[in-house]
Design a protein around this ligand. Structure first.
Ligand code: AMP
Length: 279
């Protein structure tokens, strides 16, 4: 696996490969890799000649400085995992490399940038689109792989790709869960044993919602999930919503697919999860 830390060196290396007609699949991460990330690498591996992965803990998408500070950074372990997953190229720049000076970034994302995660983490998607735009500009991938785990992020980046007319195919990959149902996340390492048990309520609520989707009304599904989650000791619910899977507007009447999205705090750790629902 080749490792690059500067944009210039990566651009130069990739340009030679592109001349040879190689297709490039790209997986953007913040490191502390787990099976969820590795599944994206695996899918990209199958569909492209070359896989590029980036590890960059992007400061502009953190609205909580403490969250940024305590974000796990096990670099050596990540490198080994990527080698075993047969990733071809790792890009791991430092903050100065990606943000050499002061800069302004704003992209109009409309409704998507006002609800759910956007409402609870102001500025988060401006930071996400800012860094993903930079990474796409360096890697210029044919295909980019993102996890359904961050469902709203997929929608936001897809909106950016359309708006900026980028030539990259967006591919959403399924959520990888631990055997107990907890969606894998780099932040799970912060959970104590008892917090981990508490956190299982998120996937449980989503599972029940999916199971009852055909038979219960939307308002009952929402009420039941919220009631269940609000009664879990040590869990502070931020939102539970059933939405249109494209617009993320609240679903008023069942039509085709929907998505249920949840966010909660367990101790100091903020967790998100979701499930696609079909009637
Ligand atoms: P992150 O390092 O958290 O920024 O995540 C990098 C990419 O991995 C994003 O596209 C995430 O949606 C994806 N990802 C994170 N956790 C999972 C998971 N449990 N299953 C599938 N994809 C995931």
């Amino acid at each position: 696996m080749k490792i690059f830390t500067t944009r210039a060196e990566l651009t130069q290396y990739l340009s030679q490969l592109k001349v040879q007609g190689k297709s490039i699949g790209f997986v953007a991460t913040m490191g502390a890799l787990h099976k969820g990330h590795i599944s994206l690498i695996g899918t990209a591996r199958k569909e492209n000649d070359l896989v590029v992965c980036s590890i960059f803990v992007n400061p502009t998408q953190f609205n909580d400085p403490k969250d940024l500070e305590r974000y796990p950074r096990p670099v050596e372990k990540d490198i080994e995992l990527l080698k075993s997953a047969k990733c071809d190229i790792l890009f791991m720049p430092d903050v100065k490399e990606m943000y050499p000076g002061k800069e302004k970034w704003h992209i109009e994302l409309g409704y998507l940038d006002t609800v759910l995660e956007a409402a609870h983490r102001p500025g988060h998607y401006q930071g996400v689109t800012q860094i993903v735009y930079k990474l796409f500009s360096v890697v210029r991938p044919h295909r980019a792989y993102f996890g359904q785990k961050d469902y709203q992020q997929v929608k936001v980046i897809t909106a950016m790709v359309r708006k900026k007319r980028l030539k990259v195919a967006m591919i959403m990959c399924p959520i990888i869960r631990d055997t107990d149902g907890l969606a894998m996340s780099s932040r799970n390492v912060h959970l104590s044993e008892s917090e981990r048990k508490t956190a299982l309520a998120l996937s449980k609520a989503l599972k029940t919602t999916a199971k009852n989707f055909k038979t219960h009304s939307l308002s009952d599904l929402g009420k039941q999930a919220k009631e269940f989650l609000n009664n879990v000791d040590g869990l502070e619910l931020e939102y539970f919503e059933i939405c249109n899977p494209d617009t993320l507007k609240p679903m008023r009447a069942k039509r085709g697919q929907a998505v249920a999205l949840v966010a909660a705090r367990v101790g100091k750790t903020r967790l998100i999860d979701n499930v696609l629902l079909s009637a």
